[in-house]
Design a binder for this molecule. Structure first.
Ligand code: OGA
Ligand code: ZN
Length: 378
């Protein structure tokens, strides 16, 4: 509900029932008008271009009508209503000078004390609430397990089907993670793997990874996941200059482990949005290429920051460890959460299958479920 509305020709100021005030510009309001000539009623898409808005757009009237805002724009002589709750959801009249390296809303960072979010295979298939909670955990923590699945090969594809689509790569729709004789990737050996994000040599990187366990009777092979955003926060607090270096200069990543493939990227280890929000982490010792985009005078400091970030990531206090059982899998936000495994050997076998999928699709499925059943949201 709105209490009052006042205006100049270029700015409308509203006061909400709780006393909050917010200003909106004439051009912004006109662009975001919700009437059927501006927004297609069926799909909600905008029908007008920026050029369709008169350059001399102005407000000739703004008043509260039934608790909502009614605005008349000139020179069109067009009157449009903006629901109060819609305005409240789209306030931009606030302080934008926030800390660089801050988290996007809705994320919670964690360390080794996190109890891994976990869902049950049958539940996520049968119960929309269980599925929604599982997707919400991936959105908030960047990581969730799924237990109680089948041990049939390719079951991981059904995990992706729950929210979207597999992202196929040169490794195929999915890849086998087991010891191979002439491996195209060190992941396909029994070696331990330092915590890493996958495929930083792709641009864009795969934003989700699913690792699904079919056999795991070998000695070792435990999985570890680390919150890269928590690691970045720690680096920022311990060494702000080092954080700025890793965020401010591109690293290089490369993969050419098989014939006909030469993937390269030039992207920072810590990526921020233009206004300073943490966007993604790229960290992978196996596929880092020579860094050539850091000024000579900063290279040693860059390496010191890289080492410090590595130390934070390797710190046992940061990682959540578990050993996957056959039929168990986990999904990580590959732009945020790193995964590692201990080496494995000896008798027995270890067989995982891995695939990639897209986070935007997962978030879309989650948001659509939340819109369809808002009453069930926590
Ligand atoms: C991978 C990987 C981890 C494991 O295939 O990307 O990191 O547990 N594997 O085998
Ligand atoms: Zn990996």
């Amino acid at each position: 509900m709105l209490r009052t509305a006042t205006h100049t020709t270029q700015i409308v100021t509203v006061e909400f029932a709780d006393g909050t005030q917010a200003r909106f510009h004439a051009i912004w309001l006109r662009d975001n008008a919700l009437d059927p000539d501006t927004r297609a009623p069926g799909n909600g898409q905008r029908l007008i271009t920026i050029g369709d808005i008169p350059v001399n757009v102005s407000v000739s009237a703004a008043e509260v009508l039934n608790g909502d805002l009614s605005v008349t724009f000139q020179p069109e002589g067009k009157t449009v209503t903006f629901p109060a709750h819609w305005l409240a959801d789209h306030i931009y009249d606030h302080d934008h000078t926030e800390k660089r390296g801050r988290l996007a809303p809705g994320l919670t960072t964690w360390d080794s004390t996190l109890t891994p979010p976990s869902a049950d295979w049958n539940a996520v298939h049968a119960d929309p609430k269980a599925k929604r909670d599982w997707l919400a955990a991936v959105a908030e923590f960047g990581f969730a397990k799924l237990a109680g699945g089948s041990t049939e090969p390719e079951s991981l594809l059904q995990v992706a089907d729950l929210f979207g689509y597999v992202r196929e790569t040169n490794y195929g729709p999915y890849f086998e993670v087991r010891t191979e004789v002439n491996p195209t990737n060190l992941a396909f050996t029994g070696l331990g793997l330092q915590a890493h994000t996958d495929n930083p040599y792709r641009d864009p990187v795969p934003t989700l990874q699913i690792l699904y366990c079919l056999e795991n009777s070998a000695e070792g092979g435990d999985s570890i996941v680390v919150d890269g955003f928590r690691a970045a926060e720690k680096l920022r607090d311990q060494n702000p200059d080092g954080f700025a270096l890793l965020a401010g200069y591109p690293a290089r990543f490369e993969y050419k482990g098989e014939d006909g493939v030469c993937l390269r990227s030039r992207r920072p280890m810590i990526e921020l949005s233009p206004d300073g929000e943490l966007v993604s982490i790229r960290f992978n010792n196996r596929s880092s290429a020579p860094f050539v985009d850091i000024p000579f005078d900063r290279m040693e400091a860059y390496y010191a920051a890289y080492r410090q970030l590595g130390d934070i990531i390797d710190d046992p206090a940061m990682g959540v460890s578990f050993k996957l059982a056959p039929g168990e899998s986990f999904i990580v936000d590959n732009t945020r959460v790193l995964h590692a495994r201990l080496g494995y050997s000896g008798t027995g076998s270890r067989w995982l299958q891995g695939c990639y999928a897209d986070k935007d699709g997962l978030l879309s499925t989650l948001a659509a479920m939340e819109m369809a059943q808002p009453e069930a949201a926590e």
